[in-house]
Design a protein around this ligand. Structure first.
Ligand SMILES: CCCNc1ncnc2c1ncn2[C@@H]1O[C@H](/C=C/CNC(=O)c2cc(-c3ccc(F)cc3)cc(O)c2O)[C@H](C)[C@H]1O
Ligand SMILES: [Mg+2]
Length: 214
C-alpha cells in the first residue's frame, strides 16, 4: 500500500541527514517540506523562536503535547543540558513510530521519553509515572481545541510553578482563540505574542508564550 507522508519524511531524513547530527535532521525535514510535501512541523522560522525560548528558559523539566513526526522534539532536545530529558505525548501510534525513528536518527533517544496516549489521560499520571513535580517548559502543538482544556488540567494537577513557561504553536493559523483569550485575560499568566508565519508559507501565524505567575 502507498506510504504515508510521515513515512516519506522519515525516508528523506535517512537519505539526506547525517546520523547523530540533529541539525542535519532538522534541515532535511525543512528541505522535504519546502521542496516535496508540506507538513505541519513548527518549521524553521517559528522553530528559531522556539529555540530562543528554550535556550532562555534552560529547562530541567520539559513536556511537549503532540509529537507528530518529532521535528520540534528534536529541536528542543538538542538544546537541553546534559542529563535533562523531555517527555513528549503522541496518541497516534503510526506517528509515534515515525517520530521514534527520527528522534533516534538524530541521536537524541536518550534525551526523549515519547509516551503513546492522550494528554487527557496522561497529564494526570505524569507526577507518579515520571516523578515530576512541576514543568519548567511546556510546548503545545497538538489539536488546537485541546490547548485550553489541557492548560486547565496542568493547573488542576499542580504541574505548574511560579515561572513555568508555556509556548503554544498556531495561535493564529489554524488558531486557538479560546486558549488565547484565557491566557491573555487570566491574572495568573503573563502572555506575549511572537509574530511569524505558518511553516513553509507566507500566511500569518505565531507563537504565544505564557508565564504562569503562581
Ligand atoms: C483529544 C486528544 C488531545 N490530546 C492529544 N494527546 C496526544 N497527542 C495528540 C493529542 N491531540 C493530538 N495529538 C497528536 O498531535 C498531533 C496533532 C497536531 C495538530 N496540529 C495541527 O492541526 C496543525 C495544523 C496546521 C495547519 C495550518 C494550516 C493549514 F491549512 C492546515 C494545517 C499547522 C500546524 O502547525 C499544526 O500544528 C498529531 C497529529 C496528533 O496525533
Ligand atoms: Mg503546529
Amino acid at each position: 500500500t502507498r506510504s504515508t507522508r510521515p513515512q516519506r519524511m522519515l525516508k528523506a531524513v535517512q537519505k539526506n541527514a547525517t546520523k547523530g547530527n540533529p541539525q542535519s535532521v532538522i534541515s532535511a525535514i525543512d528541505y522535504f517540506c519546502k521542496n516535496s510535501e508540506w507538513a505541519m512541523n513548527v518549521g524553521d522560522e517559528k522553530g528559531s523562536i522556539l529555540d530562543s525560548v528554550v535556550t532562555e528558559v534552560n529547562p530541567s523539566t520539559v513536556l511537549e503535547l503532540g509529537t507528530y513526526c518529532g521535528y520540534s522534539t528534536v529541536r528542543i532536545a538538542r538544546l537541553l543540558s546534559p542529563g535533562t530529558k523531555l517527555i513528549t505525548l503522541e496518541f497516534n501510534p503510526a506517528y509515534a513510530t515515525v517520530a521514534r525513528q527520527i528522534i533516534a536518527y538524530a541521536g537524541l533517544q536518550d534525551k526523549v521519553t515519547l509516551v503513546e496516549g492522550s494528554s487527557a489521560d496522561l497529564i494526570p499520571q505524569i507526577k507518579e509515572r515520571f516523578g515530576i513535580t512541576t514543568f519548567d517548559f511546556i510546548f503545545l502543538d497538538h489539536w488546537k481545541d485541546r490547548y485550553l482544556p489541557d492548560i486547565k488540567l496542568f493547573e488542576e494537577c499542580g504541574l505548574l510553578r511560579k515561572g513555568s513557561v508555556l509556548l503554544a504553536d498556531n495561535v493564529i493559523c489554524p488558531g486557538a482563540p479560546e486558549y488565547l483569550e484565557y491566557v491573555r485575560n487570566s491574572p495568573r499568566y503573563e502572555s506575549r505574542y511572537y509574530p511569524a508565519h505558518l511553516e513553509y508559507t507566507k500566511a500569518e501565524d505565531g507563537l504565544e508564550k505564557s508565564v504562569f505567575l503562581g
